[in-house]
Design a protein around this ligand. Structure first.
Ligand code: ZN
Length: 415
């Protein structure tokens, strides 16, 4: 039996991708282990050897878990390619007549299978790994509730979207992908307010920012010429001890959200620096240009999928014996995904440049010292490694490693 050519291509690509990923993980593990016994000199006064070694133990444990999940993902991906797609189409096809509902159900079955396999790994990460290092604050019951809610939401949002997509595919033939692009672009634009108003409150409670922090943040907003619709505090502490902050939405209606964990762990000037950093992203229009870039890339994706999915060679090229538009869509996406690693490398590089710009903005607004101490404390409390492998970091990190950010802040402050 000969293996169909496109199938062979994707199998080889998946194996190569996993091998590269594991090789990078090994480099990262070696970089962490090699520096485990000494705190980098720049952090000698702010990070203890014990904290540094805890970060190393945590980083190595995560990398070990990643070996298991990478190999599981590869096995699941190969099983889907080699027989899963065809099996799902055959099973659903034997119960449901050809049409939009059948197509949605085929993807539904594949998604449920993927979810059933992914959930135990995620449970291990949160309830065992994060717990062991003191980050987890959620119980098994709360984790199950979150997971079920997420699954229900994904189904409730995804199924109608897919049905609309398959209807357009069936009735519009050629230009269906243009309509899909327009609809997905609108969704991209509406997603932040939809998320803030409807999704996020299902998972967390948002209350007005406590006065002691609201006052300096309001002063900062005035100083930087920004307006916000709301300053909010989120009860992140019920799930994890990790601190964070985000600014979402555009114009005067935007919301600034601070995790209670950030507020509890940092002095006011550091919180101000973190918010100033987020405002730096707005000042440099990173959010809006990022959204526009996303919409342009979406156009390329939809055009490519529109072209590939109607090619008569596509499904036979993967050895599919029960063709369906849902598999055409899925396989087109997998083929387009070959460009994924290159796009993600470029995207991370842009993102890292933006982080430096936002840091520089914060430095100009609140000074380098609070930004440096905020970054140091975040890195220390989150047990992030201070000694990452350079290549691993280039491939995986959307943010420059904290030592590089701190060095840049010091360098710019003294310039
Ligand atoms: Zn940032």
């Amino acid at each position: 039996m000969s293996i169909p050519p496109l199938l062979a291509l994707l199998v080889a690509w998946s194996v190569l991708g996993t091998a590269c990923g594991l090789w990078l993980d090994r480099r990262q593990a070696a970089a962490i282990a090699a520096h485990r016994d000494q705190v980098p000199p720049a952090f000698a006064s702010s990070v203890s050897l014990e904290q540094h070694q805890r970060a190393a133990a945590y980083g190595l444990a995560r990398l070990r878990t990643n070996v298991v999940s990478s190999l599981t993902d590869l096995a699941v991906g190969l099983a889907a390619l080699l027989f899963g797609f065809d099996l799902a189409a055959r099973l659903v096809g034997s119960l449901v007549p050809e049409g939009v509902i059948r197509s949605v159900l085929i993807l539904g079955v594949l998604w449920i299978a993927a979810t059933v396999i992914a959930v135990p790994m995620q449970a291990f990460r949160v309830l065992v790994l994060e717990h062991r290092f003191g980050f987890n604050r959620t119980s098994a019951v709360a984790f199950a509730r979150d997971t079920i809610l997420q699954i229900m939401l994904s189904a409730a949002i995804g199924a109608p979207l897919l049905a609309g997509l398959f209807l357009a595919m069936r009735d519009l033939h050629g230009p269906w992908w243009l309509l899909a692009w327009a609809a997905l672009s609108l969704l991209t634009l509406a997603a932040p307010s939809f998320y803030l108003r409807i999704i996020a409150p299902l998972f967390n409670r948002f209350v007005p920012l406590r006065a002691a922090i609201a006052a300096p943040v309001t002063a900062l907003l005035e100083r930087t010429g920004f307006r916000a619709g709301a300053l909010l505090e989120m009860d992140a502490s019920k799930r994890s001890s990790r601190g964070n902050a985000y600014v979402m939405g555009i114009g005067p209606a935007k919301r600034i959200v601070l995790f209670d964990t950030l507020i509890d762990a940092h002095p006011a000037d550091e919180i101000e620096a973190v918010v100033a950093h987020e405002l730096g992203h707005l000042h440099h229009r990173h959010t809006i240009t990022g959204t526009l870039r996303g919409i342009v890339m979406l156009f390329g994706l939809c055009a490519a999928v529109g072209f590939l999915s109607r090619q008569p060679w596509l499904q036979p090229g993967f050895g599919i014996s029960h063709p369906d538009p849902s598999l055409g869509l899925m396989l087109s996406l997998l083929l387009v995904g070959i460009a994924g690693p290159a796009l993600s490398l470029a995207g991370n590089a842009v993102s890292r440049r933006h982080e430096y710009q936002a840091d520089a903005f914060a430095r100009r607004m609140v000074g380098a010292a609070p930004m440096i101490s905020a970054l140091t404390r975040l890195s220390r409390d989150n047990a992030s490694t201070l000694t990452p492998d350079r290549l691993y970091s280039l491939v995986h990190h959307t943010h420059p490693p904290v030592p590089l950010r701190v060095a840049r802040l010091i360098e710019e402050a003294s310039a």
